[in-house]
Design a protein around this ligand. Structure first.
Ligand code: MN
Length: 714
């Protein structure tokens, strides 16, 4: 078990001449007031404050912080009071203990507001003294280390809170050691199976990995020694959560084990860092564009290091960081490392870059009377990819950047989304497509009879809103198609004096269903209403041919069929259908040979898009239909071409000549010249098919001074 002396030894080593008496006194006090209390594990409660103090001692923090660590739960969980602590340990410690208690008291009322509200409390508490947050981080670290004793539900809740609130703070304060431990421990709780699997895989390849690390380290050490650069080389694999992120983000599988190992060179001086970099680049070829000099240009949280990626001994991508010892301490302990290298007062100091961000926030806190405004500023700093807006009642809603009022409406409630007709931002009516900005107060105007429109799909950003709109639109279309299909069927049958009820029960109808692979009469009517299918196959079964022709001619369907046969514009076979009106997508201009897909458009037949056309992906998949190009047809198809070339006289004429020489008509051409002496030519040409087009592109590409030829989209 951890003893007080372990803590005292640490503090004394880091800070000779500090007030050890104060630490002793705090220990005695906390042992007394926590006496008899037990942790979930059954151990004496005292173990927890001792461990928190030990973590703080390992971060080389001062005695006041360590005393606060020892006392941090006394006000919250025992009979001790802030006044008592002030009498015994002074004002600073009392204020810090009070601050930590206040953070601990944050009540989690509403899940959606939890992050914002806890953060606000935390930052307000930290306003007095940044060390409060360090104590809270140490507290959470020990709680995460001992999380196994909690119930499963509690574990998940604590891990989520750590991930949402403590991890971003650790990260912002540059405390990467803490951040990595939080990430791994949260990952273990929240994704236990993935965690175990990765640990197993990492163990399996341990020997390979270790021998690889050893050989790289030895090689580097040898070269550094030859160049008389004094440095320590370390190699280690990424932490488990980091491996998972890398696998997910870059799609690397675990067999590429070397990709998960990074190397670090800790040199004595900045000059030697650059020397070491030269040695690394002479040993292995650097990957272009991957070198970063954070020594010359430190990150906002004062992180400094050289980063490079080289092709390692197994041709794998090998990441190497090079920095001095002091830079390394700041990289690992961030704000906390500051106390070691800059003696003196740890309170947010003037002219101290490390605290620039914090200082700005604290000043804001004093200036801003409205807590919403303050909160919103802070949240933007911590989570730049999110937008925080408010309901008129002051509840916080968190949405991704670019979210619109429709996303907001659906974030409030599905019904609010489904019936929204307009929105007010900060009291002013705005269009529904308006993008939200941080701090906006958004009010949604609803009308019970209003329904979502398909156009909203272009406006919504969040998957929640998109899904709800899609479901609604699809259901509604289904309903409408059903009603329309029923009408069409009924009217057609009436013309032939057939009874709907009898037909639906007939053998002929059953056969038609089977042929069309439909399950029920409703499905049949929906397909009919969509225009996906014609009534003819059924009517042919029920009505003699000579009668059929005449009657059908007079129907709406007949009108459609007439139009279709008269205006068949191209050589597309629509699979499973004989006659249908066909149109080529205006956006993607598919030509024969391109992979294509068709969409039923009511009243307009079928529209054909290239399979990768963004418009095609927008369409309702329920309306998709298989289409294919008919073989061996020659027809001319319009295509757009974008040619980027040098802005040289005569070149445009050359290109035009090449196009016409390929037996291609130019329908239109525009040329734009850029400031860097390039010309962007947009041609609209007619080609027979994809092959014809490919040959044309090739011959233009061969021309001198042509940089690129692309098929135009949109
Ligand atoms: Mn605690």
């Amino acid at each position: 078990m951890l003893r007080l002396n372990d803590i005292v030894d640490r503090v004394q080593a880091a800070r000779p001449g500090c007030d050890i008496e104060l630490i002793h006194k705090a220990y005695v006090f906390t042992a007394k007031v926590h006496h008899g209390q037990l942790r979930q594990s059954g151990e004496p409660y005292l173990i927890h404050p001792l461990n928190v103090a030990f973590i703080l001692a390992n971060w080389n923090l001062d005695e006041e912080t360590i005393v606060t660590g020892l006392l941090h739960d006394t006000v919250e969980d025992t009979v001790a009071t802030v006044d008592e602590i002030r009498d015994l340990f002074g004002d600073t410690v009392a204020q810090m203990v009070d601050g930590v208690s206040k953070i601990s008291r944050v009540v989690i009322s509403d899940v959606a507001d939890q992050k914002a509200e806890s953060l606000r409390k935390m930052i307000l508490a930290m306003g007095k003294d940044l060390r409060v947050v360090l104590v809270k981080l140490a507290d959470r670290l020990h709680n995460m280390r001992t999380i196994g004793h909690l119930s499963r539900d509690k574990q998940v809740a604590v891990a989520r809170e750590t991930q949402d609130i403590y991890n971003p703070i650790a990260s912002r304060l540059g405390m990467s050691r803490v951040k990595i431990e939080f990430e791994d421990r949260c990952f273990e709780v929240l994704h236990p199976e993935d965690y175990r699997e990765l640990v197993r895989l990492a163990d399996e390849r341990k020997r390979d990995r270790e021998s690889h690390v050893r050989s790289v380290v030895e090689m580097l050490e040898k070269k550094l020694a030859e160049a008389k650069v004094e440095a320590v080389v370390k190699g280690r694999s990424k932490h488990i959560a980091g491996m998972f992120q890398k696998m997910a983000r870059q799609g690397i599988d675990f067999d590429h084990i070397y990709d998960f190992i990074g190397f670090r060179i800790i040199a004595k001086s900045v000059g030697e860092c650059y020397e070491a970099l030269g040695i690394v680049h002479s040993l292995w070829k650097p990957v272009p564009g991957r070198f970063k000099d954070y020594i010359a240009m430190p990150k906002p949280n004062l992180y400094q290091s050289l980063h490079t990626t080289v092709f390692g001994p197994n041709a794998e991508l090998m990441e190497i960081q090079i920095r001095t010892e002091e830079m390394n301490a700041i990289a690992e302990y961030g704000v906390a490392a500051h106390w070691k290298y800059k003696e003196g007062r740890p309170v947010v100091g003037k002219g101290d870059q490390m605290f620039l961000w914090l200082r700005q926030i604290l000043e804001l806190q004093q200036e801003m009377k409205d807590p919403r405004e303050f909160l919103n500023t802070v949240k933007v700093e911590l989570f730049p990819e999110e937008v925080y807006v408010f309901t008129p009642r002051g509840d916080v809603k968190e949405l991704p950047q670019g979210a619109t009022t429709i996303d907001f409406a659906y974030a409030v409630h599905t019904e609010v989304g489904n019936t929204c007709v307009g929105a007010k931002i900060n009291g002013k009516m705005v269009p529904l497509r308006t993008m939200l900005k941080n701090g906006d107060v958004v009010e949604i105007v609803t009308h019970p009879a209003h329904k979502p429109s398909k156009d909203w799909l272009k406006v919504a950003k969040t998957s929640r809103a998109l899904n709800k709109i899609r479901v609604f639109v699809r259901e509604e279309q289904q309903e409408r198609s059903l009603a329309l299909g029923k009408q069409m069927l009924e009217r057609e049958l009436r013309k032939h004096s057939l009874s709907m009820n009898k037909v639906l029960k007939s053998k002929e109808f059953e056969e038609t269903l089977q042929e069309q692979r439909l399950k029920s009469p409703d499905d049949y009517c929906v397909a009919l209403g969509y225009g996906k299918m014609s009534l003819l196959p059924l009517l042919r079964r029920l009505v003699p041919p000579e009668q059929l022709h005449e009657k059908v001619k007079d129907s709406r369907l007949g009108a459609l069929i007439r139009r279709v046969t008269a205006a068949k514009p191209s050589a597309i076979i629509v699979k499973g259908m004989d006659d249908i009106f066909i149109r080529l997508g205006n956006c993607c201009h598919p030509v024969p040979g391109d992979p294509i897909i068709g969409f039923i458009t009511r009243g307009r037949g079928v529209t054909i898009h290239a399979k990768d056309c963004p418009k095609a992906l927008d369409n309702d998949p329920a309306r998709a239909i298989d289409v294919a190009w008919e073989a061996g047809t020659k027809a001319s198809h319009p295509v757009k071409l974008k040619v980027v070339c040098a802005d040289k006289p005569g070149l445009l004429a050359d290109i035009s000549r090449t196009i016409t020489a390929s037996d291609v008509d130019i329908r239109r051409a525009t040329v734009l010249t850029t400031r860097d002496k390039r010309a962007i030519c947009n041609f609209e040409v007619s080609v027979n098919d994809a092959q014809h087009l490919a040959a044309l592109i090739k011959s233009i590409e061969k021309l001198k001074n042509v940089f690129s030829v692309e098929r135009g989209k949109g």
